[in-house]
Write a protein that binds this ligand. Sequence first.
Ligand code: PA5
Length: 524
Amino acid sequence: MTAAFHPTDPGLQWQRFCDLLWFDDGLGVWLDVSRMAIAPAHLESLRPRFAQAFDAMAALEAGAIANADEQRMVGHYWLRAPELAPDAATAKHVAAEVERIAAFGREQLAAHRFTDVVWIGIGGSGLGPLLIVEALGTVGRGLPFHFIDNVDPEGISHTLAALGERLRTALVVVVSKSGGTPEPRIGMEQVRRCLEALGGHWSQQAVAITMAGSRLDQLASQQGWLERFDMFDWVGGRTSITSAVGLLPAALLGVDIHAFLAGAAAMDCLTRRPQLEDNPAALLAAAWFAAGEGRGLRDMVVLPYRDRLAVFSRYLQQLVMESLGKRVDRQGQEVHQGLAVYGNKGSTDQHAYVQQLRDGIDNFFVTFIEVLEDSGGLPAINGEQPGDVLEGFLQGTRSALLEGGRQSLSITLRRFDATALGALVALFERAVGLYAELVNINAYDQPGVEAGKRAASAVLDLQQRLDGLLADGEARSLGELQQQLGTDSPESLFWILRHQAVNDPALQVQGHWGQPTSLRFSRA
Ligand code: PA5
């Protein structure tokens, strides 16, 4: 595809802007892809691929096994339009779950029983809730949130210390679709120990969000936890924000979850349009395809010009990279697809890495996100209104990039609220789905994540067996340990023991750390 990018001709650029600007008055959303390397002729050439992509998305929404590798349906679109679910029982279940979540949120806020929420979950079970809290939380409304999304001992301690006595009166939500991920399980055990030491009552304070029948689900029902909400088999972690995973934090913040779902549903309607130019998700996917030549050769830098949307950059990083970063296509051919995403917020980043974007290596395109309505109630001082200044900086960076021949696209929201967030999320979800069809990959599995989980669990198993072996007090070299444990990785043993040597005073080490074969280990 030949690039059709004319950064230096203002007349032509204005014409492109008028031709390629998409707008929906109902949602108050503009999308401008005119500064990307696409032209009407390119859209023409992509039309046949898009026809297939629209058909594939229609089949997916109708309940096809779109995630063939995991033999699963892909149904996040049903979460905001339950009537589209493939059977009446699912539709009824989804709708009932929304009302149960809304009622639970209302009851907890009215009862003033809990002072805080501790949210334990990683990946899709952590980032969506974090986005909801950062983007829609307002000081003084709803419950304050604390996240445990890692097993960094310092991070967990820090969160527990910051909570202090308030942990005794906190609602603890443990989220894991599979119910078997080690990080949330370990976080949960640490929080539970601390909560009970403070005199709290775990089962009366704990809520689970997980798939029916998972290990976490079984634990929650055996122990009679306060509540449990469903994560459906057909919803992936990274697209779970319109399930209980995103709705529960919203409800506990006092946010109108129906407005959030309505925004997503409205954008779903707009992005089902079969005409490329009328469909904002298709325009986005086409722009990504053109910029990266269908091989992800350009990274996406996300620059939301709102502090509360800074975490949206991280959210998109997971949604896009976990979905599109795949080794093989649907036919099993090696393709190594992907679209790298990074970013934080404007105009802050203008004073950091934007220098390279303007003048350095041209391996990216920027996604600007603007909100027109200014809130915060700050006065103009010396004729300067912070909102106007922010808009000026956005335009400045946009122009500077154009002058440097760098690509960018812009999404503008008339105002930012729960409806707008729902629409924004749904726009990117569909763009990811369409792009995956264009490049013929499964966007809904995550074999790399699963491989990482399996490899980590093998190391955890090795740690335990190593501890058992060293319990006899005998000194052994890495080679002897390797042989006796039947592992093919002395390097893994080296890593485990190096970490333990710093933290476990009972581990005796002889030899030199720079010469691994000289080392001998024993436990006193
Ligand atoms: O999007 C995904 O599928 C992953 O990021 C998962 O959300 C993450 O690995 C956590 O998994 P689980 O919710 O099963 O604990």
